[in-house]
Design a protein around this ligand. Structure first.
Ligand code: CAA
Length: 380
């Protein structure tokens, strides 16, 4: 077993870390406060090849592996969790299914601009009545000649306001339940598409979250991803990859909580010495660092399996579950180490705590991850 990063993996780590520290971190507090979408940062992520990291160069991507993706995600999330989720959705939930399930013309038309970051994507699975129960889709797509007519509402969609393209899940045959779900590539400028209000969120405030209302939207049959009825498997397969990205995001947030707490603990003096010299503080720092390393190893393993096209549902769920809960624990400890200063917005500790929470919820709650892990255990 080799734990060293390859030359390419080290290079992307250095590049993403340098960019994140210099150009993203200084803006993170302001973006969190105002909820401003970081358009200029996303444009630079595109220039650096970070919007389609694991997509081959011929389709507009950087042609790297999924470990590079995890590494870059961690570095960007260390600086700004909002920027990281914008990047994660485009990479794993949009480019990845287009690469895996798209036809050659679909890849040329949609994947190339998305992977190169000229365009942005979103993932339209969740509905008001279909969150954890993703199979109970209500959005309908009725075929008439060479088009589908789509009606329904998608909820809590990340990147909804800025996205050009949506990987949209619809019901084409309600009788067949999850086997009646079909995936369509939606051009967000299509007639009949309305974007709802910006959700005012606890964390990841600079990434947009909104509903998408679809009223008699005409989508050409040539925009169908896979066959009719393949949608649920496409969604699940895509989320197996997406959860690796969210694990990496959570690791970045946890690292931010640790690094800020460590710096503070060395500086802050009480009882005549830096608080870092108290064992109570050292134990918290030690637990945070240990859990972060464990979470990172789980994420690297899941990415490594994905690169080898091996089954990785269970490993992705383990990585996301453990990393997101690590981020929450690190967020709590980070505030505790800062004491009263951790509770005010002048210090970033409270932002890390707020940003961490969503990683236990989106792309499958912790309860759903445990369910995926348990069902794999019972099948093995
Ligand atoms: N890959 C391929 N196929 C899969 C699969 C996988 N990982 N997991 C399940 N399937 C298949 C099963 O084999 C089964 O196939 P058959 O019908 O042929 O037997 C079929 O899918 C149904 O499987 P289940 O019976 O296990 O399905 P279920 O209805 O019980 O649901 C679930 C399973 C794990 C709970 C699933 O609904 C789920 O993952 N829910 C969470 C949804 C979620 O993560 N949403 C995230 C939204 S996107 C987001 O959050 C983005 C963002 O904002 C950043």
């Amino acid at each position: 077993m080799v734990f060293d990063l390859t030359e390419e993996q080290r290079m992307i780590q250095e590049m993403a870390r340098g960019f994140a520290q210099k150009e993203v971190l200084p803006k993170a507090a302001e973006m969190d406060e105002t909820g401003r979408y970081p358009a200029e940062i996303v444009a630079k992520l595109a220039e650096l090849g970070l919007m389609g990291i694991a997509v081959p160069e011929e389709y507009g991507g950087a042609g790297m592996d999924n470990i590079c993706y995890v590494i870059a995600m961690e570095e960007i999330a260390r600086a700004c969790a909002s920027t990281a989720v914008i990047m994660s959705v485009n990479n794993s939930l949009v480019c990845d299914p287009l690469l895996k399930f798209g036809t050659e013309p679909q890849k040329k038309k949609y994947l190339v601009p998305l992977a190169s970051g000229r365009k942005l994507g979103c993932f339209g699975l969740t509905e008001p009545g279909a969150g954890s129960d993703a199979g109970s889709q209500k959005t309908t797509a009725v075929r008439g000649g060479e088009h589908y007519i789509v009606n329904g509402t998608k909820n809590f969609i990340s990147n909804a306001h800025e996205a050009d393209t949506c990987i949209l899940f619809t019901m084409t045959d309600r009788e067949k339940k999850h086997k009646g779900i079909t995936t369509l590539i939606l051009d967000m400028k299509s007639e009949g598409v309305t974007i709802g209000k910006h959700e005012n969120k606890m964390g990841i405030r600079a990434s947009s979250t909104a509903s998408i209302i679809l009223e008699d939207v005409k989508i050409p049959v040539e925009n169908r991803l896979g066959n009719e009825g393949d949608g649920f498997k496409i969604a699940m397969n895509t989320l197996d990859g997406g959860r690796i990205g969210i694990a990496a995001q959570a690791i970045g947030i946890a690292r931010a909580a640790l690094e800020d707490a460590l710096a503070y603990a060395k500086e802050r003096k009480q009882f005549g010495q830096p608080i870092a010299e108290f064992q109570a503080i050292q134990w918290m720092l030690a637990d945070m660092a240990t859990e972060i390393d464990a979470a990172r190893l789980l994420a690297y393993r899941a990415a490594w399996l994905k690169d080898r096209k091996a089954k990785h549902s269970k490993e992705s769920a383990m990585a996301k579950l453990y990393a997101s809960e690590t981020a929450m624990r690190a967020g709590v400890k980070g505030i505790q180490i800062h004491g009263g200063y951790g509770y005010i917005k002048e210090y970033p500790a409270e932002r890390h705590f707020r940003d961490a929470k969503i990683t236990e919820i989106y792309e499958g709650t912790s309860e759903i991850q445990r369910l995926v892990i348990a069902s794999a255990l019972l099948k093995d």
